[in-house]
Design a protein around this ligand. Structure first.
Ligand code: GDP
Ligand code: IMO
Ligand code: MG
Length: 429
């Protein structure tokens, strides 16, 4: 023990990568438990920038075991590209383990993701086009290809042929694309098998044994609460469960072993792709946050939609995940604003609601009710304790903490590892 879950509280890109890295040397394993290379985590260490997609952020911590859990969907080409990139930069990747039960993103899943989006036109979701949705759909339809299948050639051939029997009909007859050859897919996948084999493990068993030995394990989410396929803004969501419950199913660590749930929440809000976003600020005002916060996607480079902090969403994330600690990130980005609006409730059809409504139709009509807090001009990037913060910044943090239902245990004031105000220990003793 202990097992610590780390999730995003909003629509992603809250700074989960930096927060995981911050837990640092006290962590023995970091497990990615959901999603695939739709995620993008930027971690800055000593001016060096690392953009991770598929690998857990723990890969940057010497001595930490990075684990790709059973809940992840793996694009093998991306996996090896990422490993090669890190190795070329002197990062040791030899401890990486990959679950035998993780599903593989096939080339046809990538194709189907892109053609489906194009087909949907104005009804598209704005996916990252990485094949994540179709791969999870195959998993649930029980026609998925798993990591372990690469080591059983006859079984792999049967599974790929079986899956393509229907998919080729769809590709050709609905989307007017060429059929995919099962042999070509099998050959490509088998080409990765030899290099992959030494990394493959029963990761649930391994993690259980580590916890029995008193090791510290962090379960790191990709995406975030509002992108959860069950608890988010469906259908404008990803196809996995990035919430605390998903950490259990996606890793094989049971709920009774989780000691702490840390949610990362940005001092304002961003969203990439389509879907409702009550506090979105469009036009020039949105540009101010986007430029100050460098809000451009790590994965697709798309400009992120920007808006103000939304208290009902943070409180909802607190409840759905059972959050024990929040990490508030990017407070420095708000420096220089004369005042900082915060959405404290919604007005829906003329009625004030303090919490998220039951239906997405209501959420799409929610108008934010704002309270404005006075801003600050001082550079806070060198501040390392709450009492050094300008009074207005401190009041902003205190106001958010009083409304979101759990303590704020750290505050980010810059992208670098040490640009953080530590308040409470994030790793229990
Ligand atoms: P993730 O997907 O949740 O890991 O977040 P991303 O890495 O996609 O986006 C967060 C961005 O903000 C990254 O570029 C981080 O380097 C950066 N970042 C994280 N924390 C802070 C902070 O406190 N201040 C500033 N200015 N940047 C931060
Ligand atoms: P990290 O881990 C922000 C969004 C996409 C799209 C929707 C579905 O960096 O926080 P998908 O490709 O998953 O089927 O796309 O989810 N999305 C993200 N937005 N951060 C992410 O990851 C995201 N991963 C997916 O933009 O709206
Ligand atoms: Mg990201």
């Amino acid at each position: 023990m202990p097992a610590i879950v780390l999730v995003g509280a909003q629509w992603g890109d809250e700074g989960k990568g930096k927060a995981t890295d911050l837990l640092g040397s006290r962590v023995d394993a970091v497990v990615k438990f959901n999603g695939g290379n739709n995620a993008g985590h930027t971690v800055v260490i000593g001016g060096e920038k690392y953009a991770l997609h598929l690998l857990p952020s723990g890969i940057l911590t010497p001595g930490c075991v990075p684990v790709i859990g059973n809940g992840v969907v793996v694009d093998l080409r991306v996996l090896f590209e990422e490993i090669d990139d890190l190795q070329a930069r002197g990062i040791d990747t030899s401890m990486l383990v990959v679950s035998a039960n993780a599903h593989i993103i096939t080339p046809y899943a990538r194709t189907l993701d892109k053609v489906t989006e194009r087909f949907l036109g104005s009804r598209r979701l704005g996916t990252t086009g990485r094949g994540v949705g179709p791969t999870y759909a195959d998993k649930m339809s029980r026609v998925g290809i798993r990591v372990q299948d690469l080591f059983d050639e006859a079984g792999l051939r049967a599974k790929v042929s079986g899956a393509l029997a229907t998919k080729n009909q769809i590709l050709v007859k609905v989307y007017n694309r060429n059929a995919v050859s099962p042999d070509a897919i099998v050959d490509e996948l088998l080409g990765y098998a030899e290099r992959l084999w030494p990394m493959v493990a029963d990761t649930a068993g391994l993690l259980g044994a580590m916890l029995d030995d008193g090791k510290t394990v962090v379960l790191e989410a990709g995406q975030a609460t509002m992108l959860d396929v069950d608890h988010g803004t469906y259908p404008f969501v990803t196809s996995s469960n990035p919430t605390a419950g998903g950490a259990c199913t996606g890793s094989g660590i049971p709920p009774t072993r989780i000691d702490r749930v840390i949610a990362i929440v940005k001092a304002y809000t961003t969203r990439v792709g389509e879907g409702p976003f009550p506090t979105e600020v469009t036009g020039d005002k949105g540009d101010v946050l986007r430029e100050a916060g460098a809000e451009f996607g790590t994965t697709t480079g798309r400009p992120r939609r920007c808006g103000w902090f939304d208290v009902p969403i943070a409180r909802y994330a607190g409840r759905i995940n059972g959050v024990t600690d929040f990490v508030l990130t990017k407070l420095d980005v708000l420096t220089g604003l004369p005042e900082v609006p915060v959405c404290v409730a919604y007005e829906i059809d003329g009625v004030r609601q303090d919490d998220l409504p039951m239906t997405q139709a209501e959420f799409a009509r929610a108008e934010p009710v704002y309270t404005s807090y006075p801003g600050w001009d001082e550079d806070i990037s060198r501040v390392r304790s709450l009492d050094q913060l300008p009074r207005n910044a401190r009041d902003y943090v205190a106001a958010l903490e009083s409304m979101i239902g759990a303590r704020i245990s750290a505050v980010g004031v810059g992208a670098e590892r040490d640009e953080t105000i530590a308040i409470h220990n994030l790793v229990p003793d």
